[in-house]
Design a protein around this ligand. Structure first.
Ligand code: PRP
Length: 214
């Protein structure tokens, strides 16, 4: 029978997800011994783990080639998409923030502000809500460089511990929103393979509830 495919965001969310699945009793040995393999079986079940980049997790789930996905709220906010977001998994916690060079007042003066970000849609939505006209420049990584080099007045980025900002002379000007890992499900899969998918989701929900009550 066709496996139920679960797309995990490679890296830290992958590790947290595998830890959660193991606590739920799923055998994730294949993931630990994956080498360069990207599709791994969960032995003794009809589940298969697919390792993908965050934005691709959304693409695979949205298109139904994966039934379930684990992806950060940051990616969901930036990319959007049509799927069910069924649970906040409580790990991968961080925040979106607007950060500026230390000592700078973001609102001082009348010039059009330039904002650098990997998350241009999130930045755009944030300033649109404020009714503020800004120029947004897409940066692919290490966004902290942009204001230091003089490309932008500020950045919109993910802050976890705050160390990267601090060590690069930046401070948080405003918090934008909380982020954490989410469980997403393909709309057709939940309908057509309900009997297989629902018990899996329920198991996760029970685990999250138990953890919250502990
Ligand atoms: C993220 C983010 C910050 C950093 C924040 O970058 O863009 O740079 O983590 O973490 P901290 O608050 O704990 O210091 P990531 O490591 O994903 O790499 P990137 O900059 O190349 O996107």
């Amino acid at each position: 029978m066709k496996p139920i495919r679960i797309a995990l965001t490679k890296g830290r969310l992958e590790n947290d997800s595998v830890e959660m699945f193991e606590k739920l009793g799923y055998d994730c040995t294949a993931v630990h011994e994956k080498g360069r393999r990207l599709i791994l079986p969960v032995v003794g079940t009809n589940l298969e783990i697919v390792l993908a980049k965050a934005a691709d997790v959304v693409t695979y789930v949205e298109n139904g080639v994966c039934d379930i996905g684990v992806v950060g709220r940051d990616t969901i906010m930036e990319k959007g998409g049509t799927f069910y977001e069924v649970a906040d998994l409580g790990f991968g916690k961080c925040r979106f923030a607007l950060a500026v060079p230390k000592g700078v007042d973001f609102y001082e003066g009348y010039h059009t502000r330039c904002i650098a970000s990997k998350y241009v849609n999130v930045a755009h939505a944030y300033f649109e809500k404020k009714n503020m006209d800004v120029k947004i420049v897409k940066i692919e990584g290490s966004v902290e460089l942009a204001p230091i080099l003089g490309l932008s007045d500020a950045i919109v980025d993910i802050v976890e511990t705050g160390t990267t900002l601090k060590e690069n002379g930046l401070v948080i000007a405003e918090y934008i929103s909380d982020i954490s890992a989410r469980l997403i499900v393909n709309i057709a899969s939940l309908k057509l393979r309900k009997a297989e998918i629902e018990p899996f989701i329920t198991r996760i929900e029970d685990y999250l509830k138990e953890r919250a009550d502990a």
